[in-house]
Design a protein around this ligand. Structure first.
Ligand code: ATP
Length: 509
């Protein structure tokens, strides 16, 4: 199946089964903004819970906060976002379609290199041979490398004119109009602006925060003092962030309003690279605890470091659109706190009683997009398989039980003979374990399929025998195995499987 088809299948599944809807759909949607439906909201909350508990509950030296979305506008001057949070954009004059110039160039480089590698393979040339040999043997490969070098030097110099020259020289065309009729490249700030105050003349220009991290930095001393934290310690936060993304055509992978789960870990200067390595390991373990094959996740080292970083790596996941950033782990030095000191005139230092010294701490950041995490979980759980006994195809969402929106469905076999009443009594008991679903409509097979499609780990069927001996059939989602158990056993059995601690124990092992 094509990558695009797989993403399309996920988009359709999410809409059909109440996970994610396009925003304001009745008005023909709002671009790159999405609403989470009943099952999506539950799944999202469980992902948050998994992250929050692994950070805050499991680590004595990490505390959580919930800062406001609006911040004093100087925050974004100090952080560098007002002057530097830009993407280079270019329009096609014929289709009026807007692109990111850097993305057009990067995609062209990848295409040329891929084409080149195919040529090399045909000629029997080993891909591990020297670049010189590869360049000699494939024109496309050589072109790809040449464009890469030219693009890198243009990016380093911030030379937007050169971007356009390269787009023209390498004959990049618009996918809609097919033409090479491009505007100049210009910088575009990704922050959304708004106004605070009722009077036009006196209102203050504000930004919707483009990242949650700054809410942590400006509160550094408030938190350290009130929670009596000693270095090394961390501050965690989950919250909305907003970016006016130019190209946003990849479902919840790239949204204009999204949610981040960020943790800033404050350390002694000089120890940051040690902590950077530790956090890389901790975060990878957290991801793997979900049962993901190791191959689906990899580290990607940033070639070009942001001005504030002295080390940065991404955890990439193999999304249906290829390996892409899921989480960033950055060693941000003392940049943010130092800048906030400069702009606010307030000290943001820590007194280290062991060293008897004041200093601005260094920071390791782990930053993961909740919506990207959602897409990851759905994309690795959604399966279509043939049922061995019947030969039918079934769609199943094999979510880790702790993340599943509904933990257990209770289904009376018939809508009569006291079976619904018996089933309702079971629902009432199971409510304390997690979200429960009661359904009496349609044939039992159809009801099982609906529960498979939203990832419900267990279905309980109540039949006439239940009325006689208080036993039910419990069906497990992935194996479809069915077992007869006593009503009194259900709660314990389900609770043990859907317990968030099952995941946390693996992540923290
Ligand atoms: P990208 O290079 O993909 O644009 P980024 O490097 O700008 O991402 P960061 O600023 O490091 O991303 O943000 C941290 C995390 O927030 C990312 O790893 C990602 O999971 C998430 N994120 C960033 N931008 C978006 C977005 N537009 N939509 C959804 N999630 C996002």
């Amino acid at each position: 199946m094509q990558e695009k088809d797989t993403l399309q299948r996920i988009v359709s599944h999410c809409k059909e089964y109440g996970f994610i809807f396009p925003s304001s759909e009745i008005y023909d949607n709002l671009g790159a903004v999405y609403d989470y439906g009943p099952f999506g909201a539950e799944l999202k909350n469980h992902i948050k819970e998994y992250w929050w508990k692994s950070m805050v509950q499991m680590n004595e030296n990490i505390v959580g906060i919930d800062a406001a979305i609006f911040m004093h506008p100087t925050t974004w001057k100090a952080s560098g976002h007002v002057d530097g949070f830009m993407d280079p954009l270019i329009d096609n004059k014929d289709s009026k379609k807007r692109y990111r110039a850097d993305v057009l160039l990067e995609e062209k480089i990848d295409k040329l290199k891929e084409k080149g590698e195919k040529e090399l393979a045909k000629k029997g040339i080993d891909l591990s041979s020297s670049e010189d040999d590869k360049v000699k043997a494939s024109r496309d490969y050589a072109k790809g490398l040449a464009l890469e070098a030219a693009y890198k030097s243009a990016a380093e110099a911030g030379d937007l004119k050169r971007y356009k020259e390269l787009i023209e020289a390498y004959e990049i065309v618009c996918e809609v109009s097919g033409s090479k009729n491009w505007t100049d490249v210009r910088q575009f700030n990704l922050m959304f602006g708004t106004k605070l105050g009722s009077l036009e003349e006196t209102s203050t220009e504000l930004y919707l925060r483009p990242e949650t991290a700054q809410g942590i930095f400006v509160n550094f001393l408030n938190v350290q003092k009130t929670a009596r934290m000693k270095i090394p310690f961390g501050i965690a936060q989950i919250g909305k962030a907003f970016r006016n993304e130019i190209v946003a055509r990849q479902f919840v992978f790239r949204m204009r309003e999204f949610e981040q789960m960020e943790m800033q870990f404050f350390v002694r200067p000089g120890t940051e690279l040690e902590w950077f390595a530790k956090w890389k390991e901790i975060r990878m373990k957290w991801h793997l605890a979900l049962g993901t094959p190791q191959d689906n996740l990899r580290f990607h080292v940033h070639e070009k470091l942001a001005h504030y970083a002295n080390a940065a790596e991404d955890i990439q996941f193999k999304f249906p659109i290829g390996y892409k950033e899921l989480e960033g782990i950055h060693s941000r030095t003392d940049f943010d706190l130092t800048e906030h000191q400069k702009y606010s005139g307030k000290k943001l230092q820590y007194f280290d009683s062991e060293l008897n010294q004041n200093y601005v701490p260094y920071v390791i950041e782990t930053s993961i997009g909740l919506d990207r995490m959602f897409l990851r979980v759905i994309s690795e759980s959604l399966k279509e398989e043939i049922v061995p006994d019947t030969g039918e195809t079934r769609v199943v969402l094999s979510l880790p039980p702790a993340l599943a929106p509904i933990k257990v469905a209770v289904l009376p076999l018939l809508k009569k003979d006291g079976l619904p009443e018996k089933a309702r009594a079971i629902v009432d008991k199971l409510k304390f374990v997690g979200r429960t679903f009661y359904e009496e409509k349609d044939a039992i097979g159809k009801r099982y399929r609906r529960m498979d499609a939203i990832g419900t780990p267990f279905c309980i069927t109540v039949d006439h025998q239940t009325l006689e001996d208080n036993t039910v059939t419990i069906r497990e989602r992935d194996t479809m195995a069915q077992e007869r158990i006593h009503i009194d056993q259900i709660e314990q059995l389900v609770a043990a499987k859907v317990d968030m601690n099952v995941l946390l124990r693996k992540a923290m092992a």
